[in-house]
Each structure stands twice: as structure tokens, then as C-alpha cells.
Ligand binder design. Structure first.
Ligand code: PEP
Ligand code: MG
Length: 330
């Protein structure tokens, strides 16, 4: 079984009916990029840059340190795309206390709904520009994509685009090389999913973060054991938001991927394919299992099941019966 999975590494992820699927890796540090290549990833779909900012005992990573980290990941991927997400600090990924004391923002009443991710970046504009400069400088060494976490407001996107323009000017003035970087936003707050057509006017791609999208749609803290049984990816509201987001992005001709845990769980591969998803990003260790599912799937027939599944009061049962039947060729 191990040897068979190893052979899978160089097999392209194509469905039985010829649909090409990108299987990208989620990484936390540049060194993880080698594991991603080893697992057969065709890119990095999510570089969680906050891990460069955590466990620091007081100082934040400089522009130069960040640039070297992003460049290392980009070089490891040998021309394949590397999607770098700006810091998603806050909630379950806090800065340590000493680092927090350097900043103005100390106390948060409800961290999951407080100053985190892009909100934090926009509240610390010089740090945000520093990170953007480091990311843009890495673009001179490969294909870099910029991903913004926890976007909920169009004003945030406008502010981000303004900041990018300013950063590009700074880099030009300083003589640093950079190339075009695609801009994407995470769809992980229900508001972003609901107003996706408006967001799509301003960005090149979107990535759906199901971990947070489920948390905020169902108001279930993803880290709270006492409500873990209610954290349900099969909830009809979650499925509606997913299916609708994927369809709207595709209709607008923008690339869309899923980078939450669902993308790396082979129990959801057929479901996501049925919704039209063709780009998955996951922990590198999950790539072989998801690839096997892709290779055995008929995307067009799966899509035929989706309307019934979305109208059902028990979508999981429909999936188990009908997506499974498709899988065995019945
Ligand atoms: C998500 O929310 O699904 C996601 C990929 O981001 P993170 O898990 O880092 O919050
Ligand atoms: Mg998230």
C-alpha cells in the first residue's frame, strides 16, 4: 500500500472523465515545501505565514527575515505556484505575550471575532507593508500569489489594494525586483461568501477556508470540545455556501480552491468535485489519499447528484448512497 501510494506521486490528478485537478499543499514553514514536493503537490495553496510570527519572545520577523523565508519556499517549489497568506494572528494562533506587549493591541474580548488576521494587519500598517514588501520581493524568484485571511468588507479589499500600490512604489524606489502577484482573498466569513460576486470584481482568485467558514456559519467555536458534535461540514447551510461560492467564482472565470480540512479529507473529495471544485489544498500527507479518490471519480456524474444533495434534509445520506454509487460505477 505504501509503495502504491509512493508511485502515485508522479501521477497527475485527473478524473475518469478527464478533469484536471490541482492538489496543493498547506505549509507552515519554508522547510515544509520539500515535503510538499515529495508528496506530489503541484503548488502551495496555503503558506500560513503566522508561524513565522509565533513563539518569538518579543521581536517580530524583519522584512529581510520574511523575504528569505518566502524566497526559500518559492525556490523549493521550482516554478510551481506558492500562495502566501498574510498573517492570520489571533484567536487560536496568538502572538506570545512579550510580542503582544510591543504592540498596542492587548486585550480582546472575543478573540475569534476580534482583532485578528487582516484586521490586525490593517491596524498595524507598517508591519503589513513590511510583510507585503517581503512577499513581493520573493516574487522575483518564482510564482507567488498573495492571499488575505478573514476578509469581510469591501473597504478592506480597497485598503489592501492601495497598500499594495504603495509597497510596489517603495520597492521600485529601493531598486528591488518583483513581478506580478495575483491577489486572492479567503472566503471564511459567511459575509464574504454571501457577497462573493462583489469581491470577485477586485481579486484574481479566492480560497475557501472551511475551518472558519463552518465555525462562523454555525456559530460553533472550532476549538470548543463541548460543541464539537455540532461542528458539521454536512450542515445544509455550509453546503449551500460552498456550492454557491465555487459556482460563482467559476462563472466569473476566477480560480477557486478549498484550503480547509475538508479539502484534505478523502470523505469529502467527491462532494467537492461534484460542486465543480478543481483545486484542493491540504496537509502534504493527505495528497496521496485524495489523489486516489480523484483518479476514481467521474466529475460529470458526480455533478449530476449535487442538486438532489443540496435539496435534501440529510445530504450526508444522499452523498453516502449516490456519490458512492457513482464511485463504484453503478
Ligand atoms: C480555514 O479557516 O479553513 C483555514 C484554512 O485557515 P486556518 O485553518 O489557518 O484558520
Ligand atoms: Mg481560517
Amino acid at each position: 500500500e505504501r509503495a502504491r501510494l509512493a508511485r502515485l506521486r508522479h501521477t497527475p490528478a485527473v478524473t475518469l472523465d478527464g478533469e484536471h485537478v490541482e492538489l496543493h499543499a498547506n505549509i507552515e514553514l519554508p522547510a515544509d515545501a520539500e515535503a510538499a514536493v515529495g508528496a506530489g503537490a503541484t503548488g502551495v495553496g496555503l503558506f500560513r505565514s503566522e508561524f513565522l510570527f509565533m513563539n518569538r519572545e518579543g521581536e517580530l520577523p524583519s522584512e529581510e527575515e520574511q523575504f528569505l523565508a518566502y524566497k526559500a519556499a518559492v525556490e523549493s517549489m521550482r516554478g510551481m505556484p506558492v500562495t502566501i497568506r498574510t498573517v492570520d494572528i489571533g484567536a487560536d494562533k496568538p502572538l506570545d505575550r512579550l510580542t503582544v506587549n510591543e504592540l498596542r493591541h492587548e486585550h480582546t474580548l472575543n478573540p475569534a471575532m476580534g482583532l485578528r488576521a487582516i484586521r490586525w494587519s490593517l491596524a498595524e500598517p507598517s508591519m503589513f507593508r513590511q510583510q507585503l514588501r517581503a512577499i513581493y520581493r520573493a516574487s522575483a524568484f518564482g510564482k507567488v500569489r498573495l492571499l488575505i485571511p478573514m476578509v469581510a468588507h469591501l473597504a478592506e479589499v480597497r485598503q489592501i489594494i492601495e497598500t499594495i500600490k504603495r509597497v510596489q512604489q517603495q520597492l521600485t524606489d529601493a531598486g528591488h525586483a518583483y513581478t506580478r502577484v495575483e491577489l486572492g482573498v479567503m472566503i471564511e466569513i459567511p459575509a464574504a461568501a454571501v457577497m462573493l460576486p462583489l469581491l470577485l470584481r477586485h481579486v484574481d482568485f479566492v480560497s475557501i477556508g472551511t475551518n472558519d467558514l463552518i465555525q462562523y456559519t454555525l456559530a460553533i467555536d472550532r476549538a470548543d470540545e463541548s460543541v464539537a458534535h455540532l461542528y458539521d461540514p454536512w450542515h445544509p447551510a455550509v453546503l449551500q455556501l460552498l456550492a454557491q461560492s465555487i459556482a460563482q467564482a467559476r462563472a466569473a472565470g476566477k480560480s477557486v480552491s478549498v484550503c480547509g480540512e475538508m479539502a484534505g479529507d478523502p470523505d469529502f473529495t467527491e462532494l467537492l468535485l461534484s460542486m465543480g471544485l478543481r483545486s484542493f489544498s491540504m496537509h502534504p500527507s493527505q495528497i496521496p489519499a485524495v489523489k486516489q479518490k480523484v483518479l476514481r471519480s467521474d466529475a460529470q456524474r458526480l455533478a449530476g447528484v449535487l442538486p438532489r444533495l443540496l435539496q435534501s434534509e440529510d445530504p450526508r445520506a444522499v452523498a453516502e448512497k449516490e456519490l458512492a454509487v457513482v464511485r463504484s460505477g453503478g
